[in-house]
Ligand binder design. Sequence first.
Ligand code: PA5
Length: 417
Amino acid sequence: MIELDYRNCLAARIGSEGISEEKLESVKKQAFAELENIKKNPPGFMKLPVRFDEARKIREDAKKYRDFKNLVVLGIGGSALGNITLKNMLTHTYHNQGKNGGYPNLYVLDNVDPEWTSELSDIIDLKDTVFNVITKSGSTAETLSNFFFFLEKLKKERSDWKDHLVFTTGNKGFLREFADENGIKTYSVPEDVGGRYSVLSEVGLFPAAVTGLNIESLLEGAADAEENEHVPVTYAALQYYFYKKGKNISVFMPYSKKLESTADWFRQLWAESLGKNEKTGPTPVKAIGTTDQHSQVQLYMEGPKDKVFTFLSVKDSSPEVKLKYDGHFLGGKTMRGLFNAELEGTTGALTKEDRPNMNFEIPKIDAYNAGELLYQLEMACAITGGMLGIDPFNQPGVELGKKLAYEILEKNTGQLI
Ligand code: PA5
């Protein structure tokens, strides 16, 4: 199971910048009480790990789409980041460049940059492509905009255009109506599951299954995470404590390229869930080891003491990449050895500077551990939100910008702006 090493947060190691064992015990008690409270009326995401029947159905369905060369996900925010995270974590880095094991390539369009959309359009053949349009509200402008662009092309080029579409959406909204009118294959996003907590629902599971990932194992990892509650509880307790002590910035720094997108996913989870009421909100910052040692770590070491650090490391030592060069200290070492030594060097140096840091130790990168990790972080977020006294499941702040953008577009009806 995934463990959290938090010793570098303790006062015994970092003095008054840290937390005493006694204080930690009492904040953990508070966090456990919050978890019990949450469980009395469990939010939707907590019901996802046991949906094995649904996962089996999705796995069976997914087989029908594996003859396509490309799966293109159109979505944004919580309707895209989970897919990107799972792809980057669990498929070959060069999945889309010939290392896909015979499964479809996966592209996720989570922006409305016309160059980006057109360039994807340049490299895919619509005959070989299925689009999974994901939007819980069914009305997000970015997602619909990409959808309309490809829909027009599909209708022009393919008489079977409907077979090239799969929707994942809520019970109402534009996309649901379009699906009903045109008989498009549609998955429902469970009503009580918000975007950023939806990776283990149809939102994440369908693209994962089409691209060959073991989605049942993903759910098993999440289900088993419930037996390991002390991890999210301790993480929430520490995040809460240090935030209250004025450490407003929460740096999330995997020492693993495969986990890099997990930091993007975490950033959204933490920011949209906890930034509320003009009062609360630790600022999540993404970094990646070792790359950002050469970009950010100077600031982390000598800048303001306003940060708490989360590292992620992988225990599994494969693949073994040996370095052979006589007469250099790197000769005879492994690349994993260097990676781990650099992580220890960074955490050790931060600890010497009295900067609280903790490490999620992941046994190995696979679907089971991915499920466990993502679910633990969701639980930790819900607990931290409860401790901060805010609602971690809404996002009213996102709405105003959307409304203003739509007003601007409406004023310009009929014109290209
Ligand atoms: O977490 C959230 O709720 C948001 O980030 C949404 O996922 C995002 O705004 C996209 O919304 P929708 O799925 O309705 O298109």
